[in-house]
Each structure stands twice: as structure tokens, then as C-alpha cells.
Design a protein around this ligand. Structure first.
Ligand code: ACO
Length: 335
């Protein structure tokens, strides 16, 4: 050790609802086709929760799996951060509900809202807190039940989102491993491009707000698309620069899973080969803050990430927000 603390992921877990909703299922409820959805988005199917399942239910299972993977007991966790745009209730926070569910009696807990960049915001904060010595074992969870806020009569949005949760335990790791750098940013000027207008203090819930369908996601897909392609490349380059690396050093890229055309354009800009990019979009759609977290769990468990790999994570979302991180990977639990 060099006297500085290094922070990294020491365990991961995820949870996906069992129910699969295919593109064909959407053909029955909106004016769309399997062909359109696959070619314009890259999505074939997504997971959808049932009426009795809330975000904390998925987050709790993901968290317990991450703890098991890290070989930790819930009492050893001292902070829980849940990134979500679909909390169970306005308050208490979903993080407090997860804390109760898993019995993490020694943990502080709060929610973080940075839409699809939420997990990367959480990772960045957890990295700083562990490095500072303020907390030792932090659970960062990205969890969403977007099906609860999607308008199933709006073909522009309903086909692209899915439900799921991913969790990671962040702790001190040996020098040279773990998080090498993080980068987060926001541009609130374009927040209107992607929003759920009602249910907060600006437009409280009312019969009128329900009639006007203001509790559902509204999105200017074209504008978000343009922003996403630019920011994915910029955020990846910036975070590499922060730790003295270049895009030639990338062994593996885990991007936010919003649209295959956004991923392809960003990968082309970064000039990295497609076999270095993880894609699970076709199976799950866009799960907002859960997408990157679940992708890390899958690549880790499948042994796709190898010890010593330089892994870049990058995401963007409503806010507008973005975030990226560089990890020096080591098989979790084996530090
Ligand atoms: N089926 C059939 N036709 C459709 C569908 C559909 N599901 N959705 C839209 N169309 C139609 C449109 O109505 C439009 O028809 P028109 O020309 O007659 O008006 C036509 O297809 C083209 O529409 P575009 O908006 O230009 O389609 P585009 O190719 O841009 O794809 C999409 C739309 C998939 C939404 C894309 O813009 C996109 O992925 N944007 C980014 C969204 C995103 O990444 N959001 C992430 C953030 S989410 C968060 O933070 C919570």
C-alpha cells in the first residue's frame, strides 16, 4: 500500500423479474412491429414486474446476491446508496426500505436520482467516500421498475424500457486495482427532453394530472439520441484522460444500454472493436440506473472480464446527466 486508499468492486449481484414481454406482445397493444423495434433500438424483449413487485423488492434480491458474492454479512455494510427514478414511494427512500429488508442495521441509507447515469453517480460517490476513509463497505444499487411509469399507449417510449436491479459492494482494494477514475456531469438546461411531469411539487397528483397522463415518461427521443452519442464518447475519453490512459488501453467497454444505434455510434467514435463491448439490450431493454450495474454482474459472473482488464463504464440519462468510470478489474472476492 502506498498510504492512499484504493476503492473497488468486491462483489456484485442482480435481479430480473421472471415475466418476459416480447416485441410481438407490443404489436398487440400499440401500432408497432417487431421489425421496427429490433432495427431502430436493438431490443427483442424486456422483463416486466407484476403488480405486487416494487423497486425495493428487486433491489433487495440484487443486494443480497452482491453480499453473498463479496462474502459479507449485512451488518458489515455501513452505507447503502440506491440510484432510482422509480422509488417505491416519495419517501422514505428506497435505500431505507432495502436497509430494513436485508437487515443492514449499521448502514446509513439514501437514494440518488441521476436517471440512467445513477449507478455511475453512486459508484463515483462510493469511490470517494471509501478513499476518504469515511465509509468502509458501501452497497451501490441501481434499481428500476420503469414499467410502472411507462405509458403503454405511447409507442415512442413504451417499447424501450424494462425492469431490473443490479448491486455492487464497494470497498478498499489493493493498490493498482479497482476504480482508477470517475467522471460525472450534468446539463439541467435540457432536462425537459426526458421527464415525468407530475407527482412532485410542481404538478402534484390530481384527477387532472392523471387524465392528462402526466405521471408517465415523456421523451424527445431524437434529441436525447443526439446528446447520447456525443456524451458517451466525450465521457469515456475524459475519464480515461483523468487516469492517464487512452482509448487504446480499453480492454472492455460496458455502456448504458439505451439503443444499439447509440452504442454502435459511440463505439465507432472511440475506434474500439465490437467484441470489446458488452450488450444485453436485446434481452432487457433500457433499465435506466440498473443497466450498467446488471451488465457488470453478468460480465463478472460469466468470466468475460479478466484479471487486469481495463474496463470503461459509461452512461447518460435524464437530467440531463452522464457518468463514466475506469476500473482495473480483478475477480471479485479474490483480493
Ligand atoms: N413503432 C413504430 N414506429 C415508431 C415507434 C414504434 N415503437 N416509435 C416511434 N415510431 C415512429 C415515430 O412515430 C416516427 O413516425 P413519424 O415519422 O410518422 O412521426 C418514426 O417512427 C420515426 O421516429 P423517430 O423518433 O425519428 O425514431 P428514431 O429512429 O429516433 O427512434 C427512439 C426512436 C428509439 C426513441 C430513439 O430516438 C432513441 O433511442 N432515443 C434515445 C432514447 C434514450 O436513449 N433514452 C435514454 C434515457 S432514458 C432515462 O434516462 C430514464
Amino acid at each position: 500500500m502506498n498510504g492512499h486508499r484504493n476503492a473497488g468492486i468486491i462483489g456484485t449481484g442482480s435481479c430480473l423479474p421472471d415475466k418476459v414481454m416480447t416485441n410481438k406482445d407490443f404489436e398487440k397493444i400499440v401500432d408497432t412491429t417487431d421489425e421496427w423495434i429490433r432495427t431502430r433500438t436493438g431490443i427483442s424483449e424486456r422483463r416486466i414486474t407484476d403488480g405486487n413487485t416494487a423497486t425495493s423488492d428487486l433491489a433487495t434480491i440484487a443486494a443480497l446476491k452482491a453480499l453473498e458474492n463479496a462474502d459479507l454479512s449485512p451488518e458489515e455494510i455501513d452505507l447503502i446508496i440506491v440510484a432510482t427514478v422509480t422509488p417505491d414511494v416519495m419517501f422514505p427512500s428506497t435505500a431505507c426500505i432495502v436497509q430494513k429488508n436485508i437487515g443492514a442495521v449499521n448502514a446509513a441509507a439514501f437514494d440518488l436520482e441521476a436517471a440512467c447515469a445513477g449507478f455511475l453517480y453512486g459508484l463515483s460517490i462510493a469511490d470517494s467516500l471509501v478513499k476518504a476513509g469515511s465509509f468502509r463497505k458501501i452497497l451501490v444499487i441501481g434499481a428500476e421498475t420503469l414499467s410502472k411509469i411507462v405509458d403503454f399507449s405511447d409507442r415512442n417510449t413504451c417499447v424501450i424500457f424494462g425492469d431490473g436491479a443490479g448491486a455492487a459492494v464497494i470497498s478498499e482494494v489493493p493498490e493498482g486495482y479497482g476504480v482508477l477514475s470517475t467522471y460525472i456531469g450534468a446539463d439541467g438546461r435540457d432536462g425537459h427532453l426526458l421527464t415525468v411531469p407530475a407527482g412532485g411539487s410542481r404538478i402534484p397528483s390530481s384527477i387532472e394530472s392523471v387524465k392528462k397522463r402526466l405521471h408517465y415518461i415523456k421523451m424527445d427521443g431524437k434529441e436525447v439520441f443526439k446528446f447520447a452519442v456525443k456524451i458517451m464518447g466525450d465521457a469515456a475519453e475524459k475519464v480515461l484522460e483523468k487516469c492517464g490512459l487512452t482509448k487504446e488501453d480499453i480492454d472492455y467497454l460496458i455502456p448504458h444500454q439505451a439503443n444499439i444505434r447509440i452504442i454502435d455510434a459511440s463505439v465507432k467514435r472511440l475506434k474500439i472493436s465490437n467484441d470489446k463491448v458488452y450488450i444485453n439490450l436485446e434481452r432487457y431493454g433500457n433499465m435506466s440506473s440498473a443497466s450498467v450495474a446488471i451488465a457488470i454482474d453478468e460480465t463478472s459472473r460469466k468470466g468475460i472480464l479478466k484479471d487486469g482488464d481495463t474496463v470503461v463504464l459509461v452512461g447518460f440519462g435524464g437530467g440531463l446527466t452522464w457518468g463514466s468510470a475506469v476500473l482495473k478489474w480483478k475477480s471479485i472476492g479474490r483480493y
